[in-house]
Design a protein around this ligand. Sequence first.
Ligand code: BGC
Length: 749
Amino acid sequence: MKKIISSILVGMAGMTALSAATPVYLDESKPIEERVEDALSRMTLEEKVAMLHAQSKFSSAGVPRLGIPEFWTTDGPHGIRPEVLWDEWRQAGWTNDSCVAFPALTCLAATWNPEVAHLYGKSIGEEARYRGKDILLGPGVNIYRTPLNGRNFEYMGEDPYLASVMVVPYVKGVQENGVAACVKHYALNNHEVNRHTTNVIIDDRALYEIYLPAFKAAVQDGGAWSIMGSYNLYKDQHACHNSYLLNDILKGEWGFDGVVVSDWGGTHDTPEAIANGLDMEFGSWTNGLTNGSSNAYDNYYLATPYLKLLAEGKADTKQLDEKVRRVLRLAFRTTMDRTRPYGSLCSPEHLEAARKIGQEGIVLLKNKGVLPINCTKPGCRVAVVGENAIKMMTVGGGSSSLKVKFEKSPLDGLRDRLKDVAEVVYARGYVGDPTGEYNGVVTGQNLNDDRSAAELMAEAVETARGADYVIFIGGLNKAAGQDCEDSDRAGLGLPYGQDELISALAKANKNLVVVNISGNAVAMPWVNEAGAILQAWYLGTECGNAIASVIAGDVNPSGKLPMTFPKSLEDVGAHALATYPGTPRNDGSKVVDCSYDDGIFVGYRWAEANGKEPLFPFGHGLSYTTFKYGKANVDKSSMAAGEKVKVTVPVTNSGKCEGAEVVQLYVSDLQASVERPRKELKGFEKVSLKPGETKDVTFEIDADALSFFDPALHAWVCEPGTFEVQVGASSADIRSKARFDYVDSYALK
Ligand code: BGC
């Protein structure tokens, strides 16, 4: 297609006698690198510097004289953010900027389905493209280190392997649209309090094994065209201009050829930004985070101050050209690609995609035969209780907040789905966060309720009594201090007295289903009292339909937890070691040192090493059917470098309805010279099975899957010895094991 268009262009140019003069950078038949060099050679110093910083809240300059368009960025990972004014956070007031809100990335991770991740990326990329955006500020892949992190809902869980497998198709799907994914927040941005002043102290082993793999996969396997530096510091340098993270690892070791974008207000120093790998600066001075006059784009660190250093000979043009080359390469991949598709907005396909992602990501945590509900007898009554049954969740939470065309609430979803079989009644139960505004976008909902907690509880209990089913829909929300950017949660517990309410409902009716909407693990002191528990995440536009389809049994749940649900905060490494949120330095610098003393022991790795039985383990998720695992077999008893071991396990649907199981493979190093986790996820596959059907699931294990990072060698190392593969339905539900020996020894690159 590209070839045809360029030959037509060449033909047309010939007719107008322009062909000889067609500049190389406009010649689409030429390789991108040649076009980059040609464009670069035509640019003035001022034009070059102008490309390296913002010109408005969300855009940066192209080269107007050469016909190279400006870049438009947009949040965020879950949908396309509404338009703001050029230089203000206020809404621009467009009437055509509503989008589809896709489920939060925790939900995507909970699908454990790379095909669904591709569908997500493709769909959101199409929305971005239609809205004229060139860089999508997402996805986020920071590791879930503490359940208090207010931004966990924007990330893909606690396991580096799961996040790596899921991020790659998302990035590819977005970029198929000629829109760059901007993977964030690189790196070590694992909580929100003090996010601009936290200096992370971590050893290389934990850095490479836990916190970097998903970024590396996004870059090397996903081919991400841009990456966003995070706010925090590491080795006393801000991550947005951090020589170790950006120059040595990202651009050096990983060979990243894309653009490093600063987080909004994450740039702090001109010489560091020049030398330490930052390519594009956004959000300084005018973002409301840092002080400064409005419209101060010329004062950005990579604007006039950069030109001044160049003029004084204190900055060299080689470094400048290196940055501009990257930005031009991005232009040829996006804005200058005339063959890129046009995209689409709020299409039926996108609604279907949003619904499917939600349906596949909902996790059935517990079920004592209550779900799916069975309303076959006349007069069936379903009592729905809880604020999250009615509260719009697409507004709020920080930069991922959206303006949606519509959002189906869980209550409306249930009412629609059950209208022919049941009477659905509703009681509020508690008042949590009645607000509904973010950055000028309002939900239009009036959630104020003046009744006392006791009155609300009494009404809810009364409604529950005598109902065939009680569906409590609560959890967290997107208000500050809950699942929200720039703040963390105060504790693991549910807010607003929900625990007492749930217990009271359970006493009133044994058919109680608790639907927890959150992006984080929550404590569940009532876990034994509820008949069924669903983890439903933030599901976006199609929220109510997705939840109703699972509750009614139209969809058999197949999601699995992408993070451990601990029983208490003390069961989480970061808290057990009291390293969260760090210790302020007493030197007047405002820096808070946060030492990741939990090292590689994050999530289930910590729980298992310390004998902490979780509330619900990583990888856990039930189905309306049951699955039987046969014996895992390895195809060889020993393997050498460069070889692979095949592990095969038969899995049978032993229940009565069709369902999908995420078969998980963990590796355990039985003879390690260093401390290693009891087991680590190294493979998974979601298989759909009809009742009675059996499928063989096969995994391939190579030396990468067996290795650990040796800081002394600065290399991945695979040691000879015996390894065990553990195949199961969760990290704590291993159904079959097999062993083999690794008989070689070498350091991997
Ligand atoms: C957030 C980023 C976001 C940016 C632009 C920052 O505050 O950390 O994730 O992309 O704002 O809105």
